[in-house]
Design a protein around this ligand. Structure first.
Ligand code: ZN
Length: 171
């Protein structure tokens, strides 16, 4: 499969390939690359709340800077484009997550299945998954059925489909 670098990071304008998506060097739904998120995590919370937890004043207990807080903020829970990636950074699980996903993808890098699988691990919707697979030239129904089986060879996963159309693969 040809693998041109056609995906653009909105922030740094670097180009990425479908393989970069599987390696979690680029997040297509957010159109932001891993390096920009790493930089975002280090930024002052006044500039970008990305990848941080709330910062409270130890004396008064009031929140100095808002970070990832889906309980209190509907932005974090529903609307922020970065929310799925943000919580991985804020809880410092991103490195572990990248290692886990790389070692546990049951499909070969460069395949449509690998690409679709990763989007499910990060979390997507049935509609988005179908659009993705169709755009890459695959069969969306066959892909869904494959993922629903929950195993390939010795690798197992949990396929979760909620009533509102959300899809998640738990490794
Ligand atoms: Zn970037």
């Amino acid at each position: 499969m040809p693998n041109p670098k056609v995906l653009l990071c909105e922030l740094c304008l670097s180009k990425f390939s479908e393989n970069d998506v599987v390696d979690l060097n680029y997040f297509p739904e957010q159109q932001i690359c891993f390096n920009c998120y790493v930089a975002g995590r280090k930024k002052d919370p006044r500039e970008w709340c990305f990848g941080k937890m709330n910062e409270t004043d130890p004396r008064t207990g009031t929140i100095k800077h808002y970070g990832y807080d889906p309980q209190r903020s509907s932005d974090c829970r529903k609307y922020c484009a970065d929310r799925k990636i943000c919580h991985l950074f804020a809880t410092r699980r991103i490195d572990q997550f990248r290692m886990l996903i790389r070692s546990r993808i049951p499909y070969r890098t460069g395949t449509i299945s690998a690409r679709a699988y990763v989007s499910c691990v990060i979390g997507t919707t049935k509609k988005k998954l179908q659009d993705l697979v169709t755009s890459l030239g695959g069969d969306p129904q066959a892909m869904l059925e494959k993922f629903q089986r929950g195993r390939l060879g010795s690798i197992r996963w949990k396929f979760i489909e909620s009533e509102d159309g959300k899809i998640k693969i738990r490794l």
